[in-house]
Design a protein around this ligand. Structure first.
Ligand code: A2P
Ligand code: MG
Ligand code: MG
Ligand code: MG
Length: 311
């Protein structure tokens, strides 16, 4: 019975179902063609899909987990009156519900949890038609650490018996692992994944020192971490502020459940408590394994780390 399932596992199972619904909203807004783009700041946009997906996610989770602190990227989207009933999701993914909860998470209470929601990661790419880069991110943190997360890719296509299925949902849970797809081994040579829409001289300097065989420039923190898990890249480097806690919470949870590591450019973990400032000021450094992460960390010169730390 659902009520016997520990809270973290139930919340992860609900997040998988809610992310699927949010992904459909993201596709529906695009097919209607009325994106309703708002410029929030420099290179920083919001669309009707960001707003609607966030309302669906927050209303659905808040109705079931009223004491959980849920923080979403899009300010104000969740208090715009009633949410359409077909956006209120109460289902929970059955496969996830049957997972064994790690011992240290069994007695977690709603008050101990902060959920970080990025309803649409890769908004620039969404508006420019790079739809594969778009993800929906729901990260679950306990005692400031990301312990579980969901990365949903609304435009991933699978063929099933001649029929096209849109979207896939990858989840991760500390000590249990990842599900929703099969991770692939890292590439033989050093392939780096980085931003395509938020570069600057510091970002480029950090890429030069890596001595990589190839650099992939793609959108979104969620998509870059998926590239690591799929063996398309081995390290994710972004030596710049710009990402926020909702960009990295779910990706960090999924990556670390698969044995990888995500920190800032100085090698320090971000904290995901409810009172933390939102910006990830000191950038992102992530890798498929702890060894590759330390390799990349050691290649970054101290003056570059200082430049970011003192920004
Ligand atoms: N300068 C910035 N301003 C706003 N958001 C940023 C900025 N840099 C990064 N981000 C967020 O981090 C994600 C990953 O960055 P990038 O694609 O450049 O590697 C972006 O998709 C965006 O999330 P979002 O699309 O949810 O607003
Ligand atoms: Mg944004
Ligand atoms: Mg984002
Ligand atoms: Mg976003």
């Amino acid at each position: 019975m659902t009520t016997n399932v520990p809270l973290v596992v139930r919340l992860l199972a609900s997040s998988v179902s809610v992310a699927n619904r949010a992904g459909k909203i993201v596709r529906d807004v695009m097919s209607k063609g009325e994106l309703g783009i708002v410029e929030k700041g420099k290179d920083d946009y919001q669309t009707e899909a960001d707003r609607s997906a966030q309302r669906c996610i927050i209303a659905s989770l808040a109705a079931q987990y009223p004491k959980v602190n849920i923080i979403g990227e899009e300010d104000g989207s969740d208090n715009e009156g009633d949410v359409a009933s077909d956006w209120l999701i109460s289902e929970a993914d059955k496969d996830v519900l049957s997972l064994e909860c790690p011992v240290n998470l069994r007695s977690v209470k709603e008050e101990d949890i902060v959920v970080w929601v990025d309803p649409l990661d890769g908004t620039s790419e969404y508006t420019q038609g790079f739809l594969e880069h778009v993800t929906v991110l729901i990260g679950i943190s306990v005692n400031e650490k990301p312990v579980a997360g969901v990365i949903h890719q609304p435009y991933y296509k699978t063929m099933l018996g001649g029929e096209k299925i849109m979207g896939r949902t990858i989840w991760g849970l500390q000590e249990v692992g990842v599900g929703g797809f099969t991770p692939a081994p890292p590439p033989d040579s050093l392939i780096i994944t980085t931003t395509r829409s938020h570069s600057n001289p510091l970002v480029e300097k950090a890429l030069q020192v890596m001595n990589a065989a190839q650099i992939l420039r793609v959108g979104g923190a969620g998509y870059k971490v998926l590239q690591l898990l799929e063996g398309k890249a081995s390290v994710y480097v972004f030596a710049s502020p710009g990402c926020k806690k909702w960009d990295t919470c779910a990706p960090e949870a999924v990556l670390s459940a698969a044995g990888g590591q995500l920190t800032d450019i100085l090698g320090d973990f971000y904290k995901y408590g409810g009172t933390e400032l939102h910006p990830n000021k000191t950038g992102v450094l992530a890798a498929v394994s702890k060894d590759l992460h330390s390799y990349a960390l050691n290649r970054i010169p101290q003056e570059l780390k200082d430049a970011l730390a003192n920004k």
